[in-house]
Design a protein around this ligand. Structure first.
Ligand SMILES: [Zn+2]
Length: 401
């Protein structure tokens, strides 16, 4: 492990005068190495810091062969510069990360559940616990035990020791990185936990503010437990409150009756949809019957505000009736212009060939099978499509006779 950097010595430091000692590009993106840095590189489950270096945006920070590369939006020349981290982002990470230390320690000490992984996401965090499941009661107990230690405002400190000393201390560790050399960094929550970690931490557990377990899911024989800490708890609660306020207005019910109110609405909606489908079927049937009764070679109708499904309902019914002609149906609604061509049960017309002709006339496209052809096109050309259709069917009839 190299000499401690500023983010390790002083995790509350937001700005530092530095020197750019090396610069380059990787995959077209410029990077810089500094003589010292306040930027934490991604590692141990904690995402990297972002911010500015000499006024240029720092997009990503990572350890490459023992040096810390700051990936930049634009090149920064070698020489002096000011490094400034996005403190809001960093403090959020410190709250989630320190919260995770506490959660992991209590899960292990009080419940015997070892943490096997930690993930700090942009919205939520999660740890993986080596236990098949966590009951709702245990979840509440875990959360309450964590809350008690947050209230106790226990000191969080860090120090370095020699690697060979680790074995003599009650250190919790998920293992040192492969090829680790030199000192080991320990993070201690007074009276609760001693852990190997290179991340950035709060001064006391009190600064975690609060930690809320959001839920659990089973994963690879273990349990993934989702949580948020600190400012995220307040932001999440604010979002829930906003949502509840809007739902109260929409559903006309108080918070504790929102779910029942929505369930009742969904039942009503389902019944209304069923009634609407049934009415739609009846309407399609009566339209198809009226069009079939007209007995003309090409019956036609346009339906404003209807869709393809409606046209197909009429077309299918028409094809079942003993009509001698075809029906040309169009609809427009929601910016879609659709058509259906269907032949009556007593018609010998080649609907697929006629449909292609109609699609061409409408400058559109379509397809189908048997007595039904469906497609989309420009209904501004509806009149000419109808003329072509009448012409083709007139010619067919004169050829028949
Ligand atoms: Zn840590």
């Amino acid at each position: 492990m190299s000499a401690p950097r500023a983010f390790e010595r002083e995790p509350y430091l937001t700005e530092l005068s530095v020197r750019v000692v090396a610069a380059g590009t990787d995959g077209g993106r410029p990077w810089a190495v500094l003589d010292d840095t306040v930027f934490y590189p991604e590692g141990g489950g904690q995402p990297c810091d972002q911010g500015r270096l000499g006024g240029v945006q720092v997009l990503d920070v990572r350890s490459v062969d023992g040096e810390i590369r700051h990936v930049l939006a634009a090149p920064v020349p070698e020489g002096p510069a000011v490094a400034r981290i996005d403190w809001e982002r960093r403090f959020d990470h410190m709250q989630q990360h320190t919260g995770q230390h506490l959660l992991t320690a209590i899960a292990a000490e009080r419940f015997g559940w070892e943490t096997t992984a930690f993930h700090l996401g942009p919205e939520t965090c999660d740890i993986e616990l080596a236990v098949a499941s966590v009951s709702p009661l245990d979840r509440t107990r875990l959360e309450e035990a964590v809350a008690a230690e947050i209230r106790a405002a226990r000191t969080v400190s860090q120090r370095r020791i020699r690697a060979e000393e680790v074995a003599s201390l009650p250190v919790r560790t998920r293992g040192l990185p492969e090829g680790h050399q030199g000192d080991v960094r320990l993070v201690e929550i007074e009276g609760i936990d001693l852990n190997t970690c290179g991340g950035t931490h709060l001064r006391t557990t009190g600064e975690i503010e609060a930690l809320k377990v959001l839920g659990t899911e089973r994963l690879r024989g273990g349990t993934r437990l989702f949580f948020v800490a600190g400012g995220r708890v307040r932001r999440r609660l604010a979002a829930h409150e906003d949502r509840s306020a809007r739902l109260r207005v929409l559903l006309g019910a108080p918070d504790d009756a929102l779910v029942e109110a929505l369930e009742a609405k969904l039942v009503q909606l389902s019944a209304a949809q069923k009634a609407l489908r049934s009415a739609g079927d009846e309407l399609a049937d009566s339209r198809a019957e009226a069009l079939a009764r007209s007995g003309v070679p090409v019956a036609e109708a346009h339906f404003e505000g209807h869709d393809m499904a409606f046209l197909l309902g009429i077309g299918r019914r028409f094809s079942e009736l003993p009509a001698p002609g075809v029906v040309f149906l169009t609809a427009s609604g929601d910016g879609v212009e659709a058509f259906v061509l269907a032949a009556g049960g007593a018609s010998a017309a080649d609907v697929q060939s006629l449909g292609q002709t109609v699609a061409t006339s409408l400058e559109g496209r379509g397809g189908g099978s048997g007595k039904i052809f469906q497609g989309k096109g420009r209904l501004a050309e509806r009149g000419s499509a109808l003329s072509v259709l009448r012409e083709r069917l007139g010619a067919l009839r004169s050829a028949d006779s």
